[in-house]
Design a protein around this ligand. Structure first.
Ligand code: NBP
Length: 476
């Protein structure tokens, strides 16, 4: 029993995580349901470090030093439960089971409770960065007990991405907190991608530019406030040429975006918590709209295009407007995502440090970006910040781009270019900062038809009006 950590589930992600542990000098026990994957890992990457392969789960567990640390990296859902069921009878009190797959956080809460009752630590952990990140340094978001982090944390920090020497891994919070934060990370990723796609569409239609030309604009943007992995790969994707046709690659890809479900989970949870995560929701629905094939066909045939094409006279000014609109909308999407983390943290007693989450997303993961430093700083200034948009840095940054943002949304509407995430982010901004909202009318309507009562702006208490047929209403 000499292995310091074990990985079971050796498809792309598990295999690369195991190699990452080994490359950092850890002795790694490796196991997979079917032995072929274990064999191929040892055959192909065995020289990278010290692997201890096992064919059976019992041998795998026996090869681990206590307290055992077992990372499960299998398909999320039933496969994870199957592996836990096989593993748990072989473990002893104080051992640590890490689920590094993309579990839905309520499953993690359930599993943690079950394993805690057996004296085991269950650590649901988010891992972001795909297969490349798993091998060379992902962003890691571990939940579970603080006690488990004392021995597990240093190993995870060692293999995580580093930014300015700081690991992109920190303790997130009890039970489902890690997987929850990973879920919101993915939701924000949806929003970020949708915003970039809307910016691309506006530039394409406004400038009549080729994909490659727009790619160069994104490359330029990547040298400023927008610098991020997603902007960088957008520049590359747009400049890529399809080998078969010689056309721009993006022009030959079918315009239907798919999803694996984490965006949907994030939106469902936003609804449950009553947190307006409109950027993530619009992004998720925009993917759904793109895949609504019969509806799109019917609409193309039936709905008249009455739009006035974009007339761009000053190309440089238009490009700068779109850049500002993108940045402002992005701040809104992140602000909403961090609100969701705060609300869930309060609901579940997780005590999540939002600034630390922004810090561990700076490297390794898909939404890594320069701008996350500004978010960490905002929460360092005020860890109870009610609204990221209200932090002085972001108030300024968004305020400076506000006129551009309004111009872009107005131009998109006039030209009939769908920009759901740009425009709903602006509506959120205007809604959240409004002195008075028409919600007053909604509450009055609710009192009228359902006696749902209302509160008054001018005095305390709960009121109901006896709405009468002759309009001689009685206040009560
Ligand atoms: P997959 O999600 O494709 O799962 C394949 C692995 O699950 C294989 O090792 C397979 O064993 C094992 N497995 C299955 Br399926 N059913 C099992 C069962 N009943 N009992 C035991 N093992 C079972 O692998 P992946 O793409 O490497 O992803 C692993 C996890 O990481 C997933 O939860 C995924 O959502 C998450 N994730 C993936 C990415 C990514 O970029 N791919 C990024 C971040 C997170 P077998 O070889 O015997 O069939």
């Amino acid at each position: 029993a000499r292995a310091q950590i074990g990985v079971t589930g050796l498809a792309v992600m598990g295999r690369n995580l195991a190699r990452n542990f080994a490359r950092h000098g850890y002795t790694v026990a490796v196991h997979n349901r079917s032995f072929a994957k274990t064999q191929s890992l040892v055959d192909e990457a065995g020289s990278e470090g010290d692997f201890v392969p096992s064919e059976s789960m019992a041998d795998f567990v026996a090869s681990l030093a206590r307290p055992r640390k077992v990372v499960i990296m299998v398909k999320a859902g039933a496969a994870t439960d199957a592996v836990i069921d096989e593993l748990v009878p072989l473990l002893e009190s104080g051992d640590i089971v890490v689920d590094a797959g993309n579990a839905h956080f309520p499953d993690t809460i359930r599993r943690e409770e079950a394993l805690a009752a057996k004296g085991l630590h269950f650590v649901g952990t988010g891992v972001s960065g795909g297969e490349e990140g798993a091998l060379n340094g992902p962003s890691i978001m571990p939940g579970g007990t603080r006690e488990s982090y004392e021995s597990l944390g240093p190993i995870l920090e060692a293999i995580s991405a580093k930014v300015d020497g700081t690991p992109c891994c920190t303790y997130v919070g009890p039970n489902g907190a890690g997987h929850f934060v990973k879920m919101v990370h993915n939701g924000i990723e949806y929003a970020d991608m949708q915003l970039i796609a809307e910016a691309y569409d506006l530039l394409k239609q406004g400038l009549g530019a080729s994909a490659a030309e727009i790619g160069q604009i994104f490359a330029e943007w990547n040298t400023g406030d927008l610098e991020s992995f997603l902007i960088e790969i957008t520049a590359d994707v747009l400049q890529h040429v399809d080998a078969a046709t010689g056309s721009a690659f993006v022009d030959v890809v079918l315009d239907q975006a798919e999803q694996k479900g984490t965006g949907r989970w994030t939106v469902q949870n936003g609804l449950d918590l009553g947190v307006p995560i409109t950027g993530i929701a619009e992004a998720t629905f925009a993917r759904a709209l793109s895949g609504s094939v019969p509806q799109r066909e019917a609409a193309r045939a039936a709905l008249r295009a009455d739009a006035t094409p974009l007339q761009v006279t000053d190309r440089a000014a238009f490009i700068e407007d779109v850049r500002q609109a993108l940045y402002a909308s992005k701040v809104v999407a992140y602000s909403q995502g961090f609100d969701q983390i705060a609300a869930a943290s309060a609901e579940h007693g997780w005590d999540i440090d939002r600034g630390a989450m922004a810090r561990i997303w700076r490297g390794g993961c898909i939404i890594r970006a320069r701008f996350l430093n500004r978010i960490t700083e905002a929460y360092e200034r005020d860890q109870d910040l009610a609204l990221l948009l209200a932090d002085p840095y972001f108030t300024d940054a968004v305020g400076n781009g506000l006129a551009a943002w309004r111009r872009v949304v107005a131009q998109a509407a006039t030209a009939g270019i769908p920009a759901p995430a740009f425009s709903s982010s602006l509506a959120y901004y205007d809604g959240v900062r409004a002195d008075r909202l028409p919600a007053a009318l909604i509450q009055a309507q609710r009192d009228f038809f359902g006696a749902h009562t209302y509160r008054r702006a001018d005095r305390e208490g709960t009121f109901h009006t006896e709405w009468s047929a002759d309009r001689s209403e009685q206040e009560a």
